[in-house]
Each structure stands twice: as structure tokens, then as C-alpha cells.
Design a protein around this ligand. Structure first.
Ligand code: FE
Length: 357
């Protein structure tokens, strides 16, 4: 079975695609975004996948790739077009190469025009293609910087993408209106720049007169992407908190393991967000825990000192997950949830005050 997820970075309107082979658990990630690496790594872990490759469709001008950071964290390897001129890649892809994950694979098709090194990745059965900034939904990538060449882009689309089966779904690297997917048939018919009877000269004329603003992040993004996303001297913005061995969930919550908490009770403030009758009820509570019921937390957050990190606790771990979000909103930076709550804590035989034996 194919595992497929479309992920979105709202800052740059970039789509990142996760493809995995369920049987072997091998996966690839197309166009990861630096600032979303934590999220993507959490999803890969929660789905039980192992990331083999990060794949770039091209050297992006609007965001920094997460390829280098993912390689550091997950041991994945980096694949980029040989024509992209980058340093630090493990595989310089050529037209016709195949990137395998389990029993599945992606075919590399060179589709230059937006940049020299643009690649479209076509799934083995030709039901899906990842077109980068070549074909966008009812649009195309711009051709006015980074070796852009409108004639080359037109030829790439007509010969390498519109030649795929009509039903083949096309997934772009961006969409600025929230549209998610299109197909070869749709774009052939309805793409205002590239579809219908539009000829090469029509397309070139269209692109010449687009008059787009200079991309905001180009001066930062292109040099970083030429290093596969390895940060330069500037401080990395993706540093994780290190007050405990924390785990970040795809749901966006930091978690700390019960055994760590039990061994480090003195170093943190335990915040119990259950109701008072639960706090003094049969499950008991963790020694030293401060009680602030979830419904009162937003109001009373300022009562809590900021001298120690806070670990939020409830019965099963869901109300306390919400509590971490409330605390972050109130300006607390070092917060984590206790997954499984008091149920798991007691189930693991950890110490409590009060409660039934
Ligand atoms: Fe681009």
C-alpha cells in the first residue's frame, strides 16, 4: 500500500509530499521546508516510516529546504538534480533515474524552464506526478530569474508532462489559493498559459508581461539551498528546547516521558489541570503538583512562576495537551505534556500522593 500525505507551509505556500511503501516502511519526502522539519519528522515517526531520501524539485527561491536538517536528524540522504549546481547532495539526479522506496519508485524527468535544474517526479504507475514549479494549478512557475526560460518551460510541459496519461494527478510545489491537486487532462484543457491551443510564442508573450514582484526570501533562500539547506553562520531557527528529552508530536505538542518526569520532579513544576475532585480522587496526584483546572488556566496562568519548566498532567493526557497550548499562548516557553496522564502514570506503578491503593 502506498502512504501519501500532502503537507503545507503557510509562510511560503509550499507543498511538501510524503510518499511511503507500507510493507517496507521506506519513505521519501519531496520539497521539505526548513521550518517544518519538526512537524515532518513527527509525522514520519507516527506513521512508522523510515525516511530514505529527501528530493528537491529545484533550487527554491522562496523557502529554505529542510533536506540538510532532516539528514542530521533522521539520517536521510539528499537527492537534487545534477543540473542544479548544489553542494552537499548524496545523489545528483539525471533524467531517467529512479528513486526507489520499498517496492515503489519515482522516475526523474528533467523539466527545465523555471530553473535549469527543475525535475518532475513521476510515480511508477503514472497515476501521480510532482511537478515542482513547472506546472502549477491553472498556472506555471515564473521564468524571470534563476536561469528562467519560458521556451524551455513550454517544451518541458508539452513533451514531458502533458504526455503522461490524462488521468495522471499533478501535484505542484505551491498554490497560493489553497488548491491542492489537478490532472493532466484538466491542465491540457484549462491551463490559461499552457493549455488549449496556446503555442510556444503565446506562452513566451504571456510570461514576458507578468510583471511579478521580486521574491522576498530569494537572497537568503537561494544561497542556503545551494548548500542543501545547511545553515550558514546565522543562528539556526529550528533549535529544539533541551531542558528535557522531549518528543514533538504531529499534533504540535511537546511531550516528556513519565520515567524522565519521575526522576526529575525537582527540576520542573507539575501542573495538574483536572477538577479538584479528581485531584483528590482515587487516581491520586503527582507529589508537589499544583492544581489549576483547565477551565481556569487561561485566567490564572499569570499566577504561575516562570522559574522552572512546566509539565502538564491530567487523567489521560488530552486536557493537559490543550493546557500546554494555553500556557504557550500565555508566554511560557518551556512546557510539555505528560502523555497518558495519571492513568499511564499509575499503570506504570509510579509514585502518587493520595488516591486509592
Ligand atoms: Fe520555485
Amino acid at each position: 500500500m502506498l502512504v501519501f500525505r500532502q503537507l503545507f507551509d503557510p509562510t511560503s505556500s509550499t507543498y511538501t509530499y510524503l510518499l511511503g511503501d507500507r510493507a517496507s516502511a521506506e519513505a521519501v519526502l519531496i520539497d521539505p521546508v526548513f521550518e517544518q522539519v519538526r512537524r515532518d519528522a513527527a509525522l514520519i515517526a507516527e506513521l512508522g516510516l523510515r525516511l530514505l531520501w529527501t528530493l528537491e524539485t529545484h533550487v527554491h527561491a522562496d523557502h529554505v529546504t529542510g533536506a540538510w536538517l532532516l539528514k542530521n536528524r533522521l539520517g536521510s540522504q539528499i537527492a537534487v538534480s545534477a543540473a542544479a549546481g548544489v553542494t552537499g547532495a548524496d545523489w545528483l539526479l539525471q533524467d531517467g533515474d529512479r528513486v526507489r522506496f520499498g517496492k515503489r519508485s519515482l522516475e526523474v524527468r528533467s523539466t527545465p524552464g523555471h530553473t535549469n535544474g527543475c525535475i518532475t517526479y513521476v510515480l511508477d504507475d503514472e497515476t501521480m506526478a510532482f511537478t515542482g514549479d513547472c506546472v502549477l494549478i491553472r498556472g506555471s512557475g515564473r521564468t524571470d530569474f534563476q536561469q528562467g526560460d519560458a521556451r524551455a518551460l513550454y517544451r518541458s510541459v508539452r513533451s514531458r508532462i502533458f504526455s503522461l496519461p490524462e488521468t495522471c494527478l499533478l501535484y505542484p510545489a505551491h498554490d497560493y489559493r489553497g488548491l491542492t491537486v489537478t490532472s493532466v487532462a484538466e491542465e491540457k484543457q484549462h491551463n490559461p498559459r499552457l493549455g488549449g491551443e496556446a503555442g510556444e510564442a503565446d506562452y513566451v508573450g504571456y510570461m514576458k508581461n507578468l510583471d511579478l514582484p521580486h521574491p522576498k526570501k530569494i537572497d537568503e533562500a537561494v544561497p542556503a539551498n545551494l548548500r542543501c539547506g545547511q545553515p550558514g553562520n546565522e543562528a539556526s531557527s529550528a533549535l529544539d528546547p533541551d531542558w528535557a528529552p522531549l518528543r514533538f508530536t504531529f499534533g504540535g505538542v511537546w511531550e516528556v516521558e513519565p520515567h524522565w518526569l519521575e526522576e526529575n520532579l525537582g527540576a520542573v513544576r507539575v501542573l495538574d489541570v483536572r477538577e479538584p475532585e479528581e485531584f483528590s480522587g482515587p487516581l491520586g496526584h503527582i507529589r508537589g503538583a499544583v492544581l489549576v483546572p483547565l477551565g481556569e488556566l487561561a485566567q490564572r496562568a499569570k499566577e504561575l512562576p516562570k522559574d522552572k519548566p512546566i509539565v502538564a498532567v491530567c487523567r489521560a493526557g488530552s486536557r493537559s495537551a490543550h493546557a500546554t497550548a494555553i500556557l504557550q499562548k500565555a508566554g511560557f516557553t518551556d512546557v510539555a505534556n505528560l502523555p497518558g496522564g495519571m492513568l499511564r502514570w499509575r499503570g506504570e506503578g509510579r509514585g502518587v500522593e493520595g488516591g486509592a491503593l
